[in-house]
Design a protein. Structure first.
Lengths: 190, 411
């Protein structure tokens, strides 16, 4: 839905960003080669980043590229190359039992949820941020101030809980990995 | 004013018209053209300087002092046969050199080359772009530039380039954290992300330069981290000739090979310029009072400082032996990341008040003692007889159940 409040450049930016996001998203699941999937994922991140800039969230746009495209997908590629699974996938055998029906159910639930949300709320994607009363947010520094204030006042508990969760995850990963090695060496399976 | 436009540049203060567009286009053309020209000079300079350090003569045949050698090499490479290995992933193989080159070009756009200039009634910054995210663009682009190396190595379908890719991705992730942390320190002291603001906050003399104002530690961490990000010696495990043939560009030939080298040298110039911007006041320096020529001295200062850092990179290459891969990881994770994090806390504390500063310094000192003790314990453990710790607890899901769940795949 495109209202008259959107100027032509807004519409063009929105269309370009959306095309990038959708093409990338389809590429992630359609590509048979895991590395090509990872590349499509980067394309999606760039699209999301453009959408963020269009809404005036410059800082989020930068973080999207730095963290997701710059670190997380690099980590994906590292694992893909390190384990040597960079061949086209064999898709005839399910790694998990009952994977396909569950995936189908998940898709149905997600689509139903999105449709419900869209029918209930008057959301228009591509509009300037609603929190600032339709005005685009200010430049980079005000961006950071607003985000910092929100994270360290309003959402302080959620923020700290996330930090604790991440640390628990890291410690847990270390313990699991270490145990695996001990078992292998004791049984001589390696 | 559109939020997409740069905010700091006074050029956009009165809206955008054709004259403004023309100025922007000229700025971009002069900037990128100058950068490309400087790259050819840089390649000549590196070869000449390093041959001097190694008691050789270096390029001398083409042009005065061998200045046209780079041009000759470029023409030669251009007319060479362009080979693509049979095992290669063709699309990614062709894409990779551009992924290496373009981030180097884009990063240079945020470097302030001089002060402000007024031309035909328009005042503008001598800087291609001053985006609101400012210095974060450097982090974003250095994150993207590693894809050039990773994808080139992977798509070659050859084993040494693949090892180079794996090394590049691990090295990249390890050093980006320390890099980001030092940039946060600078942003804290400046109070702004924009490179123009970072430079103008250092304009009042040498004592205000970030290298001195923040203590020398952030600069040293930044220098090491950025050298590792660039894959320059002594951190060039990615293309170490003695182990990996040529690393990621082993299978490349002709113009694509040239593009990788163009990217590497362009990165050296860009990162030298970024270092000057962040720590050495950018174009700041003494300006003599000569009418109509005052604008040229900041540019000269900037060029001089940048040349100094470019020379330093060449000196590194001539003087320092290459790090081993595990030493590289140790330096990144165990030394640089804790150091930059601790220093950031101390600087943040002193920005609030001296008592906070000293308090945080004590906390940082205490935790670094704990950290070094734990490193000692870890080292002693891995080299001792009981190298493996006893098992901790039980697995949440029993092994047999897990195997049945995953269709018996890990047997």
């Amino acid at each position: 839905m495109i209202d008259s409040i959107h100027s032509l450049p807004d519409v063009i930016t929105f269309v370009v960003a959306t095309l990038l996001i959708l093409t990338g998203a389809v590429g992630v699941i359609a590509a048979k080669n895991p590395v090509h999937s990872a590349l499509s994922l980067i394309m999606t991140f760039f699209g999301v980043s453009i959408a963020f800039i269009e809404q005036g969230a410059h800082f989020l746009a930068a973080v999207e590229i730095i963290v997701y495209a710059g670190a997380i997908v690099v980590l994906f590629l590292f694992v893909i190359m390190f384990l040597g699974v960079d061949r086209a996938d064999e898709v005839s055998v399910d790694p998990l039992v009952g994977q396909r029906p569950l995936a189908l159910a998940g898709v149905v639930v997600t689509i139903a949820g999105v449709v419900t949300m869209m029918s209930r709320a008057g959301w228009v994607t591509g509009a300037p941020a609603l929190s600032t009363g339709g005005q685009p947010m200010q430049g980079g520094n005000e961006n950071i101030k607003e985000l910092g204030t929100a994270v360290f006042t309003t959402y302080i508990y959620a923020f700290e809980a996330t930090a604790a969760l991440l640390i628990i995850a890291v410690v847990g990963a270390v313990i699991l990995a270490r145990k695996e090695r001990v078992v292998d060496e004791q049984e001589g399976v390696a | 004013m559109s939020p997409l436009l740069a905010t700091g540049d006074p050029l956009y203060a009165f809206g955008v018209n054709w004259a403004v567009l023309l100025i922007v286009a000229v700025k971009v053309l002069v900037g990128f053209g100058g950068l490309l020209g400087t790259v050819t000079l840089m390649i000549w300079y590196e070869r000449k300087l390093i041959s001097g350090m190694q008691s050789r003569i270096g390029p001398q045949k083409w042009g005065p002092f061998g200045l046209l050698q780079t041009l000759a090499d470029g023409i030669k490479l251009f007319f060479k046969e362009d080979l693509i290995p049979a095992e290669a992933d063709r699309f990614v193989f062709k894409l990779a050199p551009y992924l290496a080159l373009i981030p180097a070009l884009i990063t240079f756009a945020i470097v302030p080359i001089g002060g402000t200039v007024t031309l035909a009634g328009h005042t503008f910054l001598l800087q291609m772009a001053d985006p609101p995210i400012g210095i974060l663009l450097l982090l974003a682009m250095s994150g993207i530039s590693v894809y050039g190396v990773i994808l080139a190595g992977w798509s070659s379908g050859s084993k040494y380039p693949l090892m180079s890719s794996v090394r590049a991705s691990a090295q990249m992730i390890s050093y980006e954290a320390a890099l980001g942390m030092t940039i946060v320190t600078i942003v804290l002291a400046t109070g702004s992300l924009s490179t123009h603001d970072i430079v103008s906050s250092q304009a009042n003399g040498v004592w205000h330069w970030n290298v001195i104002r923040l203590g020398v530690v952030p600069f040293i961490v930044f220098l090491i981290a950025i050298t590792a990000e660039l894959n320059r010696p002594p951190f060039d495990v990615v293309e170490s000739e003695s182990e990996l043939v040529g690393g990621f560009h082993t299978e490349y030939s002709s113009i694509r090979f040239a593009l990788f080298f163009l990217a590497e040298f362009m990165n050296v110039i860009t990162m030298s310029a970024i270092m000057v911007t962040l720590f050495f006041g950018g174009p700041a320096g003494w300006v003599p009072n000569i009418p109509h020529l005052r604008w040229i001295f900041p540019i000269l200062w900037f060029l001089g400082k940048t040349t100094l850092f470019c020379s330093m990179y060449i000196w590194f290459r001539a003087a320092l032996p290459r790090y081993r891969y595990d030493q590289l990881m140790d330096l990144g994770w165990k030394k640089l990341i804790p150091l930059s994090l601790g220093w950031m806390l101390i600087v943040a504390g002193f920005l609030i008040s001296p008592s906070w500063g000293f308090g945080l310094a004590a906390v940082v000192l205490l935790s670094s003692l704990v950290l070094s003790r734990s490193f000692d314990l870890g080292l002693a453990r891995s080299s001792g007889a009981n190298a493996v710790l006893p098992t901790v607890g039980e697995r949440p899901i029993p092994g047999a159940v897990l195997r049945a769940f995953t269709d018996g795949e890990d047997q």
